[in-house]
Design a protein around this ligand. Structure first.
Ligand code: COA
Length: 375
């Protein structure tokens, strides 16, 4: 970890380098996301989630037989996770999807000594547990996985309780690949800190879920959809947003710690929604979202002329996941079902580093009278 002096302006650890990684790079000025040697635009919409997992875990895109290997292994992992559900108590009956995922994942233990094997188990499990929670929420029995299907298709089939359209599967694949890794974001740091203590991969992934749950990180897409539903007509966007800002509230899906331009993932997802729209699957929310984004950008520019607050990945996540039939309550857990692949990859990387992450703090509490205060 590079040295930095703690001052009020650095309490968010902006700019502090905590790891060297081959996994991903975020360039906030240029609006670029590189994932293991490829731009997000080269991967999302072009390779399956399984291929991108292999890239993160093994460092290169798979050849056809490796792709088949990871596809089958993920299918088996989904089956194992489904068989474990009866041992998870009420974990899948919780009201909140992230609380459910946190509780359900915490029931797992690592048995496979191979770290990529563990990554496969956890990534398979996240999909099954998210879908199982959704079925319970509708008072229906969880759907058993079909290991013959691709991961995105099976996730969506289990979540919806019916076979999804190929376009919806393509959109979910694009989404999962888009969000699987993103530099040293808060949940990835949380997972790496746990990994650095020598703890197990399940614990690191649970820590990632806990951090992702917060509305400033992965909890934004649900509120984005609520915002779009509440605005309802493009002509109402400006006055609605003005009221929110006047009330001192943040516009969800706008702004980013790193990006000073539009988040490149927003564009990738917007294009995926356009493809859905051309196939007659996206609803009218795309046009509404575009208007809301334009108006929000304009108002935030007026309010914070020195700080470019543009759309982030969560903005179009809401529109895409809604269009493929997922309810807003499932948005954050679906984010986790993609990001889990990144957390596991970071676990593997941090494990190889083998050094405890243990930063410093600056004491500002009362000083004992018995001690002389150092100069
Ligand atoms: N709506 C309104 N105001 C916002 C804003 C938003 N979405 N994002 C930032 N601001 C304001 C802040 O309140 C701050 O104002 P102040 O200086 O008057 O206090 C100013 O812009 C600068 O904030 P900044 O330092 O850029 O924020 P950050 O780096 O601490 O936070 C986020 C980044 C993502 C947490 C923040 O932009 C946010 O809360 N966005 C909404 C939630 C969201 O979409 N999260 C998903 C992130 S991928």
């Amino acid at each position: 970890m590079s040295a930095s002096k703690a001052t009020p302006s650095t309490t968010g650890l902006e700019g502090v380098v905590v790891a060297e990684t081959r996994l991903s790079e975020v360039d906030g000025q240029r609006g670029q996301l590189i994932v293991s040697g490829y731009t997000v635009e080269e991967l999302a919409g072009h390779v399956s989630f399984e291929s991108a997992c292999w890239l993160l875990w093994r460092g290169e895109l798979p050849d056809p037989s490796q792709l088949e290997e990871v596809r089958r292994a993920l299918g088996k992992a989904r089956e194992r996770a489904f068989q474990a559900i009866p041992r998870m108590g009420d974990a899948l009956r919780m009201g909140d999807g992230m609380e459910s995922l946190r509780a359900a994942l915490a029931h797992l233990t690592v048995s496979n000594p191979d770290l990529v094997g563990q990554s496969i188990d956890l990534t398979g499990a996240a999909a099954v547990l998210l879908a199982g929670w959704l079925r319970h929420r509708l008072e229906q029995t969880p759907e058993a996985p079909n290991p013959e299907l691709g991961h995105a298709e099976d996730l969506l089939r289990m979540a919806l309780g019916r076979p999804p359209s190929p376009r919806a599967v393509e959109a979910l694949n694009t989404y999962l690949v888009t969000v699987m890794d993103h530099g040293m974001n808060a949940s990835t740091l949380a997972a790496r800190v746990v990994a650095s203590t020598g703890s197990d991969m399940v614990s690191a992934v649970v820590a990632g879920v806990c951090a992702l749950k917060g509305p400033l990180h992965g909890g934004a897409p649900g509120p984005v959809l609520e915002m779009l539903q509440s605005i309802d007509y493009p002509s109402r966007a400006r006055s609605w947003l003005e009221r929110e800002l006047a009330a001192g509230r943040r516009i969800m899906g706008m702004g980013h710690r790193i990006y000073r331009v539009r988040d490149p993932r927003a564009a990738v997802l917007e294009q995926a929604i356009e493809r859905l729209a051309r196939a007659g699957l996206a609803n009218e929310k795309l046009e509404l979202a575009r208007t809301v984004e334009r108006e929000a950008e304009r108002l935030l520019q007026e309010k914070h002329p020195d700080r470019a607050l543009r759309a982030n990945v969560e903005f179009y996540t809401a529109v895409l996941l809604d269009a493929i039939g997922l309810p807003s309550a499932a948005f954050s857990p679906t984010f986790a079902a993609g990001r889990v692949a990144g957390w596991c990859a970071h676990y593997i990387e941090q494990h190889a580093v083998g050094r405890l992450i243990r930063p410093a703090s600056r004491y500002v509490g009362p000083w004992p009278k018995s001690l002389e205060r150092p100069k």
